[in-house]
Design a protein. Structure first.
Lengths: 135, 383
């Protein structure tokens, strides 16, 4: 895992809880205490009502494939050995959309709307990425 | 108060795109474009009292408007950078008109230039996209537009052949444009579908090619523009819309911000899409044109694929669309790619379209699009 060359997240104080949860193989997102909206990406204020009153909560990790592309050419040189790979947007059961890679699915079986579940990939000693696989 | 009819494009200049980096800097290109556009409008440098510009990826810095003003040695009474990505040039037109109408200045030089950027010269991504998109390979524009195209196919049954048709028809016009980077040879749908798949469902010939180039135009009051050598191209309507950065967090992948932008532009101009003699919609990808035509109201939502298949989009066709070839065939010289749609709109309305002139063109639609459908600016221009 020491030779991981793809872009890695650089968490800040706002996003650190998301990546800490991922490291424990848990998916957590934020929810607004004032209006109940589920929020992703991590923020300091609610994207709907702007209340600065957000809490982190574990979510199911389930969702469906909202859209995808199969990269037949690398979208960054570090992904060259992965071609073809699936870049996807998942619509979480709780509502928010999240960017990910769909893994564990033959390319010919990828379909919009398919049920998926979070699959955690430890890419370095410090960092775990949140990928998704067919449920 | 409205800026409808108050200001006009009175002249322009455009550099023929070059494939390589070229032996010229963005500022050198900007100076050439400024000199040529000022002359084209029948003006002197001293007539310019407003400046709108946009960043060059290959020479990225803060305070860019002052860098440009210094380089050109002009002293603007109104100046700024328009930071709307590919919509920047369209956004300059109404900003210039508004500044003129507000009495801040009389004549605005709008100018951009860029050279094919090397990777290390790219500006930083937004931090949220670097953190939550880039680790999964959602980097730059290609995969973002592929996500849109895939969802459009799913929701509306849009086909690969329909998307390819956009590139095919625009190429016909490019073959009448001596400046186009890819104007030597017509292509057919099989050529597009047989070109290399890059990010499924987008093939190589459905994707713009970055290059070196630049452009400029002059906006002044409609009254002043009448003193110039060309028919003033009057700004009749403008509309702008935004609201997302990463495409993952757009409110919809398939119904874009073109809708409110175009509605506002047509409302100001008090015309409808059906009144347009041509359209120049931003075309970083084939799918961009299909979504734009739907959301601007040229066809029903979801019918864009069938619409482009059923119409001849070439300059001589029943629905002239990107008569310079579009960026798909003209090339994408940074922000000058977006400017090419504004300039081609003005060129057609001035009757300077030469081999690709749309007959009797008197009113047209231009759209600028930035990021991943994130910045939209629609214009209605007329003579
Ligand atoms: Zn809230």
């Amino acid at each position: 895992m020491g030779d991981y060359t793809k872009p890695l997240p650089h968490p800040n104080e706002v996003s650190q809880p998301f990546w800490d949860a991922a490291k424990r193989h848990e998916l957590q997102i934020q929810r607004c205490n004032a209006c109940g909206t589920y929020i992703f990406y991590p923020r300091e204020a609610c994207s709907e009502c702007l209340a600065a009153d957000l809490i982190w909560i574990p979510v199911s990790g389930r969702g469906q494939l909202y859209s995808y592309t199969i990269a037949q050419a690398p979208t960054h040189p570090a992904f060259t050995d992965d071609v073809p790979y699936v870049i996807a947007i998942i619509e979480l059961e709780e509502g928010p959309h999240i960017t990910t890679n769909l893994v564990g699915c033959p390319i010919e079986d990828v379909t919009i709307g398919m049920p998926v579940v979070a699959a955690f990939e430890d890419v370095s000693a410090e960092m775990t990425l949140v990928k998704f696989r067919p449920e | 108060m409205s800026i409808k009819g108050k200001a006009a494009i009175s002249g322009f200049a455009e550099m023929a795109p070059q494939k390589g980096a070229g032996n010229i800097t963005p500022l050198g290109i900007i100076a050439n474009m400024a000199r040529e556009a000022i002359a084209d409008a029948g003006l002197e440098k001293s007539d310019i009292d407003g400046l709108l510009t946009g960043w060059a990826l290959s020479d990225y810095s803060v305070l860019w408007p002052s860098v440009v003003a210094d380089y050109l040695q002009i002293r603007p009474a109104y100046f700024n950078q328009v930071e709307l990505g590919g919509a920047s040039a369209a956004g300059m037109v109404w900003r210039a008109a508004a500044a003129i109408e507000a009495g801040m200045c009389n004549t605005v030089l709008c100018v951009v230039g860029d050279r094919r950027a090397r990777a290390r010269q790219m500006p930083p991504f937004p931090s949220i996209e670097a953190e939550f998109d880039a680790p999964y390979g959602l980097i730059a524009a290609n995969p973002g537009y592929a996500l849109i195209a895939q969802r459009h196919k799913y929701e509306y049954g849009t086909t690969a052949e329909q998307m390819a048709k956009v590139a095919v028809d625009q190429r016909k016009s490019a073959c009448q444009n001596p400046s186009a980077l890819f104007g030597n040879k017509e292509i057919d749908i099989d050529d597009v579908l047989n070109s290399r798949m890059i990010v499924d469902p987008l093939h190589l010939l459905e994707i713009v090619s970055p290059c070196t180039g630049g452009g400029a135009f002059i906006v002044t009051s409609t009254e002043r523009a009448k003193d110039g050598p060309h028919n003033p191209v009057v700004l009749l309507g403008a509309g702008e819309a935004g609201g997302h950065s990463s495409i993952t967090h757009a409110r919809s992948l398939t119904t874009s911000l073109v809708k409110p932008a175009a509605e506002a532009a047509f409302h100001m101009a008090e015309v409808s899409p059906q009144d347009m003699d041509f359209v120049q919609p931003y075309d970083c990808y084939t799918i961009t044109v299909i979504v734009t035509l739907e959301d601007a109201g040229f066809c029903e939502k979801g019918e864009g694929g069938r619409f482009v298949a059923d119409h001849d989009l070439s300059y001589a066709g029943d629905f002239p669309c990107n008569t310079h070839g579009g960026q798909l065939s003209f090339g994408q010289p940074g922000l000058a790619g977006g400017m090419s749609h504004v300039i081609e709109g003005a060129r057609q309305l001035m009757g300077r379209g030469e081999g690709r002139q749309v007959k009797d063109a008197s009113i047209g639609y231009v759209n600028g699009n930035g990021g991943i459908m994130a910045e939209q600016c629609s214009l209605v221009l007329g003579v």
